[in-house]
Design a protein around this ligand. Sequence first.
Ligand SMILES: CC(C)(COP(=O)(O)OP(=O)(O)OC[C@H]1O[C@@H](n2cnc3c(N)ncnc32)[C@H](O)[C@@H]1OP(=O)(O)O)[C@@H](O)C(=O)NCCC(=O)NCCS
Length: 187
Amino acid sequence: MFEAVVRDGVVLKPLETWHAGEFAEHMGRARDHIRPWVGPTFVTDTVDGARATLQRYAIATANDGARIYGLWDEGKIVGGVMFVAFDPIWGICEVGCWLQPDAVGGGLITRSVELLMEWAFVERGMSRVEWRCRTDNDRSVAVAQRLGMRSDGVLRSSWVYDEKRYDKEVFSILRAEWTSTRPVEAQ
Ligand SMILES: CC(C)(COP(=O)(O)OP(=O)(O)OC[C@H]1O[C@@H](n2cnc3c(N)ncnc32)[C@H](O)[C@@H]1OP(=O)(O)O)[C@@H](O)C(=O)NCCC(=O)NCCS
């Protein structure tokens, strides 16, 4: 899998089980910020919990399924992106993301998801990339829109946080839509 420079000093590369210690330290910086918006099993409090997350992804990756990538800024994890789901048979995958608060607002996620989409469409021949988030997650919705995704609709009352239910929106971009946004020489 790829390793890419996202901008000066920031590298995107696979987040693996042996990163559990530094991933847990990062979770300490990110936890409160991401908790309302990501799946509950992703928000861990211990190194063992962080390792369990990375092991789940490692097993899925070995089966050509989900994958997770960290963003290292000057050697420290500040966030990441993942294929939450990856189904090469159906040609459909779902991308997710997170950042610790001091990394928000710099374009890291938009660029990183562009790299994942390029790999999914070009290298893996996927047909559809999805993005799912709470309808009130303005920054996440903005990323999907910035990437040229369209709303497929709202899954009503399908997200639970702090004993309240929220709506979730599904965005997607299809291969032909993505290709039409590429420079001709890159197609
Ligand atoms: C969702 C989340 C990762 C988005 O982070 P983000 O920093 O807004 O997204 P990006 O990294 O793409 O940065 C975009 C911002 O950087 C700015 N930016 C600067 N340079 C940029 C560049 N080269 N390209 C794109 N945007 C750039 C944009 O203007 C935008 O800022 P603005 O909204 O204030 O105008 C972040 O809000 C987060 O961690 N939220 C909690 C967890 C979460 O919601 N995860 C997603 C679950 S679905």
